[in-house]
Write a protein that binds this ligand. Structure first.
Ligand code: ADP
Ligand code: MG
Length: 703
């Protein structure tokens, strides 16, 4: 249990953070590292050597014998390879060593990570490079050094490299425009992220008994329980003692790792919960979310739970997401999406607000794609999460402000004051006024945008790479337009430029209920894309618009974009393939075993009954047997179809897009059809005949 009095000392005790560096590094070295972190400048080897020596000493004091470069390959997970600090001496003893070179660069064998054809397996070399802007930490007796991962030829093979590039691009474009607006003292603009993480907790033994959860992370069969989430009694409900003990332990582990988790509560679905940290710089926040997911699973083990991070673990029950709260902040402390009370900040706010609106509209397909996965496709559009159509909610007050921009008239709210550059002061927009619409996929929430489409299991790196780059692009367009005018003309012209941009993209603004059919129809009329699945969205990734955007800002080369195209498609097809195989096995073996045993008992009982009572009509027994027989006949037919289609799908390797499309249209439909029969059979069979737990047991057994 956490000793609250000691928390301020224990927080971050496993992190080589700024405080430790300030205390332990020589002043000039500390300044050099700090500059690298703040400005992204190059780090000299002598500085790295000194940092490595101090880091090693600190790590050993804290129980580490090994170090590892920690990176995020395209598997979506993290990867690590541990080396010990030991170096044998001639006299048979050892010394503990760790050089600057080892800190800065690693050479893991990269051949088995997905590269989408960027690196043939015989060119196995890959490099990891230290990312000093995300602090090193200690876990399980090893010093973890966050790194970027690239190929011998320098192509990014991970999610961190493009994320860092996108932050840089956004910062550069933001600085340019701020300078035009007369704000000169800003040296860097940071992207900030707070990601709210949803998850399910179920009994570990139940988890182990289900092949579908073990192999695919979601249930592939399962009759609905007689109670679902219709009573709305779980959201923000009292946290059960066992779950509360888990949450305490999780907080403690995360705090030690310097992850500022702050909020925890029950979610809408039974057994569903959420934890959210205080926001951090994008790159650190993404690393921390990866680490959070890992620690969540580990701590769950200890408490006899399994932590399910899949986007849709249970049919008919809400899935899990990861709300990506996003903003941009100057190194001088100005949140550029804060409407604020101070007139001087308002024009930058309008510029950034309209740039975000334009970015989200123009690049909606790739933003949609950034959250696409086999798992998340089951969640988006299911009347529980945002639809697959991207729109922006800004709320009533901001809508008025935007109307003012459009009409070229002053905003008529209270406290209207003219600004130096022609914009008027905006009202201070409180969170309460804007945070009402929970159905919007992209909502303005007071001083940030909340992107609600990301799935619970994936890294939020992709979503932020697209968001940062798209906003950087819109800012660059504004800058380009403004560069046509003289300084005297600017104050007047700037509102014209913003107005034009807003008019072009305002179709993406929608304040209503995003879960309704009317909206889907209306969105169609507005021409907003409705990309329901990963295969639907995939072609946009290699469109001219996407390649143009990413190459212009130096985020991806065209080769990198195409390699990611292959990786995403392959990954999608593989995921559905594994699901198809697992489902066949579960139905054929686990479910059938239960059905047969039950049928046998019912038949036996019926025959015995007839002996005692020859006139008995045995209606109940017969109707059970009849339903089961119908279901198993259906299952048998659907199993054959699924098996044949899965074999067909495997043959389609030459065309990855068609293959993924086939998995979506044919295999997933086959699975749905099979499931209908399987679930109707399972609903008839008493729990004790089944070798796996039912929905009811998994979702409601925790007391
Ligand atoms: P909700 O009502 O959606 O639960 P919260 O107020 O709990 O909203 O905040 C959600 C997340 O938004 C938190 O992780 C918080 O740290 C984050 N957040 C707040 N301000 C910013 C910001 N400027 N940039 C990024 N994230 C932010
Ligand atoms: Mg939220």
């Amino acid at each position: 249990m956490i000793d609250a009095a000691k928390l301020t000392d224990e927080y971050g005790c496993l992190v080589f953070n700024d405080r430790i560096m300030r205390e332990r590094l020589p002043k000039d070295i500390y300044r050099a590292v700090h500059k690298t972190i703040e400005r992204g400048t190059h780090l000299e080897l002598d500085v790295a050597n000194c940092v490595a020596a101090v880091m090693k000493e600190w790590a050993i004091e804290n129980g580490a014998t090994h170090f590892t470069h920690w990176f995020q390959p395209m598997t979506g997970l993290t990867a690590e390879k541990h080396d010990s600090f030991i170096s044998p001496s001639d006299d048979g003893s050892i010394i503990m060593e760790f050089s600057g070179k080892e800190l800065v660069k690693g050479e893991p064998d990269a051949s088995s990570f997905p590269s989408g054809g960027l690196r043939a397996t015989f060119e196995a070399r890959g490099y990891t490079a230290w990312d000093p802007s995300s602090p090193a930490f200690i876990k399980d007796g090893s010093l973890y050094i966050p790194t970027a991962f690239c190929s011998y030829g320098g192509e990014a093979l991970d999610k961190k490299t493009p994320l860092l590039r996108s932050m840089e691009a956004l910062s550069n474009e933001a600085l340019k425009i701020l300078k035009t607006l007369g704000i000169e003292n800003v040296k860097r603009v940071n992207t900030t992220i707070g990601s709210e993480q949803e998850y399910f907790l179920i009994d570990k033994n139940y988890y182990k008994q289900r092949k579908d959860l073990l192999f695919t992370g979601r249930t592939l069969i399962g009759a609905p329980p007689t109670k679902g989430q219709e009573m709305e009694d779980h959201y923000f409900g009292v946290i059960k003692p066992k779950v509360s003990a888990y949450m305490h332990d999780l907080d403690e582990e995360l705090w030690k790792l310097g992850i500022p988790v702050k909020t925890k509560h029950n979610e809408v679905a039974p057994s569903q919960h959420e934890c959210a940290p205080v926001f951090e710089t994008a790159n650190v926040a993404v690393d921390h979310n990866q680490l959070t997911m890992e620690v969540m699973k580990k701590v769950a083990e200890k408490h006899n739970f399994a932590c399910l991070l899949h986007e849709k673990p249970f049919e008919g029950i809400n899935g899990s997401g990861k709300h990506n709260n996003w903003s941009v902040c100057t190194d001088t402390g100005i949140n550029l999406l804060d409407p604020g009370k101070h007139p001087g900040e308002n024009l930058p706010f309008l510029v950034f607000l309209i740039a975000v609106i334009a970015a989200v509209d123009e690049y909606a397909p790739i933003l949609r794609l950034s959250v696409a996965s086999a798992g998340n496709d089951h969640r988006l559009g299911g009347n529980e999460a945002p639809p697959a159509i991207i729109s922006i909610f800004v709320g009533d007050e901001l809508s008025e402000v935007l109307k003012g921009v459009e009409e070229g008239s002053a905003y008529q709210g209270s406290g209207k004051v003219q600004m130096g550059m022609g914009a008027q002061v905006l009202p201070h927009i409180t969170k309460d006024n804007t945070d009402r619409n929970r159905t919007s996929p992209f909502a303005f929430t007071g001083n940030k945008f909340e992107f609600r489409m990301p799935g619970s299991s994936v890294s939020v790196a992709n979503a932020n790479i697209v968001l940062n780059t798209a906003v950087a692009e819109e800012l660059s367009k504004i800058s380009e337009e403004l560069s046509k005018y003289s300084e005297e003309e600017l104050p007047e012209k700037i509102m014209d430029v913003l107005k034009e941009m807003l008019l072009k993209h305002k179709r993406v603004l929608f304040n209503g209920n995003g879960y309704t059919d009317e909206w889907i129809e209306e969105a169609g009329k507005r021409g907003l894309p409705n990309l329901k699945s990963l295969p639907d969205a995939m072609p946009y990734w290699i469109s001219d618009s996407s390649i143009g955007l990413f190459t212009k800002h130096g985020i991806f080369t065209e080769e990198e974009i195409r390699s990611r195209y292959e990786i995403l498609l392959e990954n999608y097809s593989k995921s559905v393939h594994i699901e198809a195989l697992t489902m066949q096995e579960m139905v054929r073996k686990d479910l059938m075993e239960g059905i047969i045993a039950y049928e046998k008992d019912v038949t036996k009982e019926m025959l015995q009954k007839k002996e005692v009572l020859p006139e008995a009509d045995c209606l109940m027994e017969k109707s059970i047997l009849k339903v089961l027989d119908e279901a198993t006949s259906g299952m048998s037919k659907e199993l054959i179809k699924l098996k044949e289609d899965t074999a067909k799908a495997e043959q389609m390797e030459d065309d990855l897009l068609s293959q993924a499309g086939f998995y979506k249209d044919t295999i997933l439909t086959d699975m749905e059809n099979l499931r209908k029969y399987a679930d109707s059979a399972e609903a008839m069979v008493p729990d004790k005949y089944l070798c796996y737990p039912t929905y009811g047991q998994m979702l409601f057994s925790l007391i």
